[in-house]
Ligand binder design. Sequence first.
Ligand SMILES: [Zn+2]
Length: 160
Amino acid sequence: MALTSVLENTQVRCPYCHFHDSKVLDTSHDSHGGIRRRRECFRCKQRFSTYERPVLSAPLIIKQDGTREEFDREKLERGIRISCAKRPVSAADIERLVGQIESELQRLGKSEVSSRVIGDMVINGLKEMDQIAYIRYAIVYLRLDDLGALRKEIDSLLKG
Ligand SMILES: [Zn+2]
């Protein structure tokens, strides 16, 4: 109950006149946990609706140098897209992989995770999607900086 009243008092500016206070006329819940409120502006009396939706947040990412950064969906997508350049991987496939990784991170329910956790998720996802893209990503991520290490990885792919 306390939560509801806090949300009700959230100041939403009127989209017509930008007044900061409105009367809640009606509140309804939807099946996804969202709450819709019909409101009437105290000043101009126009009616509008607001919609509140609970959003899971991803944990902070601990980088290899020990610093933290916010999970950046676009950055992740960019890295994957570069690995998939000129490969038969659709934008939708990349989008799906990024979405999977993001929701897996949210499901972990942790406040922080190592960047390694994300790297492993990308590696596993790419391995199934496209082996060339996987190798490109692995060269950077697994630091396959000599041909021997690279060859070993490729050999294990060819065997698998
Ligand atoms: Zn108004």
